[in-house]
Write a protein that binds this ligand. Structure first.
Ligand code: VG1
Ligand code: CO
Length: 538
């Protein structure tokens, strides 16, 4: 039943910030998916290994999983643990790896990118750490994709994934599990579910928007069935292959419907949304939005309200582009604060070595060492725990944090759909220009430092360069990066931060205007890209 199929390489199978991400129709080309999976197998030797498998339910998920199962069986995999109907969120997958001590996971998702035939598809590959593999491994896989000449696959009928239980294909054991159970058990060990039940019993109202993506079933089980929130608390709860046309990225632009609801008179006490694969979160209060950078700082400062962290945490980390809010909380609490490149995989070594407990990114990702991925529902439960313990609103909790530590006005501007060569040249020229910026004045802003961000991993010694940073003497900061999760063209991200210690009640957009002008000017964005304003700002 095992056959070897001859194939030829595709030139573009390089993994980015979070796995391989391509247009769905590109992945549907003959042998495209198979080439990529076989390349991973050739690098890691899957013989006798056990993997977790699932996806966020997007278009092509069903086909991809069947092909993957047949390839795994043909390549001597010992066991596959698969989420029922092929569903598994990214954080739930990481949890199963750690809990069952498997050799890794394959999650079929393009995360926050739109799905459907005209959307994106993706593959996230994690190893036994529970986290996505480091660049040293993705480089080897990419090299393999460039010379692949055949793949192995079983000729067999499709496996029925709808029933929980055990089956077998060739010598491969297949266990189909409820993808929600293990995840809920894990969260019960972190949070005080009784306290959260009392919060909902007291009449506290919430809306959780699953954006028609993978977290719907998780959120219903946790918030409605376990914690007693009323039916209807979870909206857009059924995972759809095209996410119902939504762009499942929980931010002010793509979850505008939720933001509008929370700024209306019908608003609930609290609201949250997750992304396609359940690792991102957006937190809203009544007529109030919490930036992800602030959220990380607030969780850190209030960690004593969560049983798993009540005896203290070892340290925190943020990506370079994330605001320094968490660093101020860390400094005041004498905790180390590590600064890493963009992408969750850079947190893994810090967690494995016990250096950090909490970490996060400006892109709506927050998490802790309970797993090795960011975790959307975990972040929501953390916020609810703080609210339950303090009796304060989201806005009060956030304002208190600003008062105590200062406020970082923060906003990210994305210039999308750029020609790759234009974007690359912009970054290269800007990098060359950085030394000349040092000491320059831009109105009241004076450059104190201008350099590429270079990370020396304290655990494995690897060095990564990611993004260009301009620091100002008043603590403000501009970071430039090219996105590594797009499926076509290039996206330039410009991250702006302005810390203030007294002026706490202004509009973020107004407060970062000067920095935006400086960024547009030094990087020559209008001249080079033809864009006078960003496509998206969050
Ligand atoms: C983006 C975010 C980054 C995040 C990554 C994966 O990457 O900026 O912070 O880790 O997506 O998130 P980039 O390279 O496009 O800036 V997910 O939820 O898509 O796995
Ligand atoms: Co995601």
């Amino acid at each position: 039943m095992i056959k070897t199929v001859n194939t030829t390489p595709y030139s573009d199978q390089k993994m980015g910030t979070g796995g391989l991400r391509k247009k769905t129709q590109a992945v549907m080309q003959p042998n495209y998916f198979e080439n990529f999976i076989q390349s991973i197998f050739n690098v890691i030797d899957p013989h006798g290994k056990t993997f977790v498998v699932g996806g966020d339910g997007r278009y092509f998920n069903d086909v991809a999983i069947q092909r993957f199962i047949k390839m795994a069986a043909a390549n001597g995999v010992r066991k596959l643990i698969i989420g029922q109907n092929g569903f598994m969120s990214t954080p739930a997958g990481s949890n199963v790896i750690l809990k069952r001590k498997t050799d890794g996971a394959f999650i079929f998702s393009a995360s926050h990118n739109p799905g459907g035939l005209n959307g994106d598809f993706g593959v996230k590959y994690s190893n036994q750490t529970g986290g996505q593999v480091p660049t040293s491994v993705t480089d080897k896989i990419y090299a393999e994709t460039q010379s692949i000449s055949s793949y192995k696959i079983c000729e067999a009928p499709d496996i029925n994934l709808s029933e929980i239980g055990q089956i077998r294909l060739e010598n491969t054991e297949i266990e189909i599990i409820d993808p929600v159970n293990d995840y809920v058990d894990m969260l019960k060990n972190i949070f005080d579910f009784d306290a959260l039940r009392r919060l909902f019993a007291s009449g506290f109202t919430m809306r959780f928007d699953a954006m028609n993506a993978v977290t719907g079933p998780y959120a219903i089980r946790i918030f409605e069935e376990t914690l007693g929130a009323p039916k209807g608390t979870v909206t857009q709860a059924v995972p759809l292959p095209d996410f119902g046309g939504l762009h499942p990225d929980p931010n002010l632009i793509y979850a505008k419907h939720l933001v509008d609801f929370m700024f209306s008179d019908k608003a609930t006490d609290f609201a949250a949304a997750n992304d396609g694969d359940g690792d991102r979160n957006m937190i809203l209060g009544r007529k109030f939005f919490v930036t992800p950078s602030d959220s990380l700082a607030i969780l850190t400062d209030n960690c004593r309200y969560v049983p798993a962290y009540k005896n203290g945490i070892s340290g925190v980390a943020k990506s370079a582009a994330t605001s320094t809010a968490v660093c101020r909380v860390a400094a005041a609490n004498k905790l180390p604060c590590y600064i890493v490149p963009t992408g969750w995989k850079y947190f893994v070594n810090l967690m494995d070595s016990g250096r950090i407990t909490l970490c996060g990114e400006e892109s709506f990702g927050t998490g802790s060492s309970h797993i090795r991925e960011k975790d959307g529902i975990w972040a929501v439960l953390f916020w609810l725990s703080i609210i339950a313990a303090t009796g304060k609103s989201v806005e009060e909790i956030t304002r208190e944090n600003w008062k105590k530590y200062g406020r970082s006005y923060y906003m990210r501007f994305d210039f999308e759909g750029l020609d790759t060569s234009v974007a690359d040249k912009l970054m290269a020229d800007l990098e060359n220009k950085l030394p000349s910026l040092k000491g320059q004045d831009f109105g009241s802003y004076k450059v104190s430092e201008a350099a590429p961000f270079i990370y020396h991993d304290p655990v494995d010694g690897s060095i990564t360069q990611n993004g260009l940073v301009i620091d100002f003497t008043n603590g403000s900061k501009i970071t430039f990066r090219l996105s590594g999760t797009g499926s076509s063209g290039a996206t330039l991200r410009v991250y702006l931060e302005r810390p203030e210690y007294h002026d706490l009640d202004n509009d973020t957009y107004d407060m970062v205007q000067d920095l935006l002008k400086i960024a547009m000017n030094v990087a020559e964005i209008p001249q080079r890209t033809g864009k006078t304003k960003a496509d998206v700002n969050t």
